[in-house]
Design a protein around this ligand. Sequence first.
Ligand SMILES: [Zn+2]
Ligand SMILES: [Zn+2]
Length: 275
Amino acid sequence: MARRKHIATGCRTCSGRGYLISPENGQYARAEICDCVSECSECGGSGTVFLENERGYRYLERCGLCGITRLKVRRYNNAKIPSKFVDVLRSDDIDPREPDQSQYAAMSYVKSFVDKYPKEKGFLLMGGPGVGKTRLAVGAIAELTLQKAVECVFTDFFFLLADLRKAYSEGIPENEIIGPLITAEILVIDEMGKGKSSEWEQNILDQLISKRYNSSKKTLVTTNYVARESLPRRSAARTEILEDRVGERIASRLYEMCIPLFIKGSDYRKGDISS
Ligand SMILES: [Zn+2]
Ligand SMILES: [Zn+2]
């Protein structure tokens, strides 16, 4: 059976993408299958078709016409992207408030991470608030889910700690919280270091990071803190160190598995990281 790669090329509603991003609504960003795909001529909208092998056995397979579009939409919806980032669909989709060289360098690494996936290392985006770190990380997973159907999960560090504490107080094993984060192909941990973590929490986070490291999974991290190795030589005294927030083990592991990208902002403007 000939497989047509593109569907709905002529659809004006979705410009041939096969999906639409829903307007901001609810907790997470959502995509929907466009009508031009849901009324698929090949599978009647079920997303699967029966095929027959040479011995006459019939088996169920993903529809060659719409199946991949359905998978991409499912991946996007399962990524738990906060709905305020619903407009971010590309990794270079940020609107730099104070564009500078470090911002463009970060953007170009993130773009190549997406384009060459899974060849490039994950990244650790450091820098003050408002420099576009989260938008860059969200742009990467929006693109990877919608273009390449990669399984991605976004998690907020502060909420993750809260979930762990809640699970502990309710007697729920912490694995129920971190299990899906360990297995996701790509994990975004946003705002790492926000909220002081206890030793117990750091141990669980260390397990999460180590297990991902050992199975060569990509982890994308944003933080307002700076890893000691990336500290500008003449840093301002108020600069806070990532190690002080999450412990040495986690920070050094992140350094092994991620490319450090330091985005300058007004807080760090006086630092000189190029030397
Ligand atoms: Zn359409
Ligand atoms: Zn179909």
